[in-house]
Design a protein around this ligand. Structure first.
Ligand code: FES
Ligand code: CO
Length: 360
């Protein structure tokens, strides 16, 4: 075992840490499984039918497919009721999902349509798919694992005012896998102290780490924090400057980060973080900008943000596997106020003292 691997072994176990699978409340939120563009409706050459996608949310394996190119997406648990084959190994043809093992077929809402060996015999009662609620928003496909019988979602997909505002252009950036908890990644994104150090090779400067102000307040959806962060400038901009960031965390794991540069340029980052399981997550990111493609090509914006995400990933992937909630587990300084409020709100969420939308 290398020293780095050793650092990942759990240092503290027990109720002082947040382990997602221990708290059913996390099943009641919307998470992104893919971008709309990830769902092809054209078969690959040499392959029968269109391949569905396999995704994992909170340790649950899902199959994601588009039954009809003009229709909505379908999502189900990735297990065939017949002999447990992963449905994501199958294919989509003629608006039906086909199991790769014995060829049973289902329609868009998971109703069994065909059992090919004896097609005229009745379908067993438990042969249908276990469907999962899904929606398409911001060019992304969202799911909520909690069924209606379980109470469904406790909060809607967050509203983003800039999305339909023509002053803002859309720059989808794709996704990155992180080998850390979803909570660690949210905490990192509202941590003004890390920028000068983790991002020293992109836009941070360890010789200029001081913060002039930092504000954080609770909101019905979670929290908002605003800070001036010293930066070295974005690509194409020379000289040190200050970046005003205004970050909303819609608990548990969605963020809307508004960055205002001194020249007025607006840069919004939608960060939809999906908990894959207790120890890993994926971030789906969409940027909205007030400049034009001629000012800054989308490819340059993506390349820069890719570098920044990988700088965070390099560090976060090596943090311990459990997310600490109890205050005594870490040392905290003045720049950690955002983190402390976030940890307190996660504690309130899992103990039922607070749910998004409830009064504070
Ligand atoms: Fe799916 Fe048999 S396991 S059809
Ligand atoms: Co960072």
């Amino acid at each position: 075992m290398t020293a780095l691997q050793e650092n990942r072994v759990t240092r503290h176990a027990g109720p002082d840490h947040l382990v997602l699978s221990e708290h059913p409340v996390f099943r009641h939120f919307w998470y992104v499984v893919c971008s709309v563009d990830d769902l092809t409706t054209e078969p690959e050459p040499g392959r029968r039918g269109v391949a569905p996608l396999h995704r994992r949310v909170l340790g649950t394996d899902l199959v994601v497919w588009r039954p009809d190119p003009a229709g909505p997406v379908s999502v189900a648990h990735d297990r065939c009721a017949h002999r447990d084959a992963p449905l994501s190994m199958g294919w989509v043809t003629g608006c039906h999902l086909v199991c790769a093992y014995h060829g049973w077929e289902w329609d868009a809402d998971g109703t069994t349509k065909r059992i090919p060996q004896f097609p005229d015999s009745p379908h067993p009662t438990k042969s249908g798919l276990t469907m999962v609620a899904s929606a398409e928003r911001y060019g992304l496909v969202w799911v909520c694992l909690a069924t209606e019988a379980e109470g469904g979602p406790v909060a809607g997909i967050p509203e983003v005012a800039e999305w339909d505002d023509p002053a803002w252009r859309r720059v989808p950036e794709g996704s990155w896998d992180f080998d850390c908890t979803a909570m660690h990644l949210v905490e990192n994104n509202i941590d003004p102290g890390h920028v000068a150090f983790v991002h020293r090779n992109s836009f941070g400067n360890p010789d200029n780490p001081e913060l002039t102000d930092q504000n954080v307040e609770r909101r019905p959806y979670g929290l908002v924090t605003w800070t001036d962060v010293p930066v070295e400038g974005r690509p194409g901009e020379d000289g040190a400057t200050v970046r005003h960031t205004w970050s909303q965390v819609h608990l548990p794991f969605f963020m809307h980060l508004l960055i205002r540069y001194p020249d007025g340029l607006g840069h919004v980052m939608l960060k939809a973080i999906t908990p894959v399981d207790d120890r890993s997550c994926v971030i789906h990111q969409v940027v909205l900008r007030t400049d034009t493609e001629a000012d800054r090509p989308a490819a340059d914006i993506r390349a820069f943000d890719h570098q920044v995400e990988l700088e965070d990933k390099d560090l976060l992937d090596r943090l311990p596997d459990e997310f600490p909630l109890a205050q005594h587990l870490n040392a905290h300084a003045k720049a950690d106020r955002n983190s402390l409020l976030l940890r307190r709100m996660y504690t309130e969420l899992v103990t039922g003292q607070w749910t998004p939308g409830a009064s504070q």
